[in-house]
Ligand binder design. Sequence first.
Ligand code: ATP
Length: 270
Amino acid sequence: SRARRYQPEAGRRVTFADVAGIDEVRDEVAEIVDFLRHPDRYRAMGAQIPRGVLLSGPPGTGKTLLARATAGEAEVPFFAISASEFIEMIVGVGASRVRDLFDQAKQVAPAIIFIDELDAIGRSRGGGHSLGGHDEREQTLNQVLTEMDGFTGSEGVVVLAATNRPEILDPALLRPGRFDRRVTVSPPDLAGRRAILAVHTRAIPLAPGVDLDTVAASTPGMVGADLKNLVNEAALLAARRGRERVVPADLQDALEKVLLGSARGIMLTP
Ligand code: ATP
């Protein structure tokens, strides 16, 4: 028998409890969870099941986390790939990998396939791409579309994809029966940042003086990935300083470090 190239992700089950500050978005994918849990109900009703959901939003807002949590809530296998991994491939390899991936998922369905950075293969054919990867990109994209078009609805496979750049996607991807559900994942507001900080400090001992409302108020513009990083930096500082709990000064210093890091990053960008 052939080696399995794609395996469902293993590890701790991620659920909606791990995804904070994006409640509306969670509600939108709840429908997918229900379908994956009870496919027979939907089939009996003759309902057209969504095949593809496009998650769009800036980096670090939790698109991957949300996709993983959707699979966790539904308790179905989660197959994750990044479309950028197909870019360097020899023509034909990407398409065959896509076929493999869908075959594996169908075998263990109900299941979720997650395609990160969909724009890497899914950008509009109209223009803007370098000559090199062009054919390969197009063949890989075509294979994804072929697989999704081939769904009869009884496979029980739902494809979630993420992009930071929905505006450059080929309109063919967004047609009915493909990624016809669009979910926008926005950077969190104040309450959202507060909720994300609460999730990421669950396992961190905080001194009584630490006020997450204040931290949330000091971090405008930060997304979930930034806040996770901030909390971790504060915990590292507290440990290095020999404390038993994180105190406000650790968070303040971590914030300065994180902000300085990103400012330097911006200045270094050509
Ligand atoms: P990218 O576009 O860069 O792939 P993304 O939107 O997929 O980013 P994730 O990879 O899901 O972002 O986020 C990185 C990490 O940041 C997550 O694993 C999680 O720990 C944390 N995080 C991001 N958003 C949230 C959120 N809404 N709630 C809790 N944690 C979050």
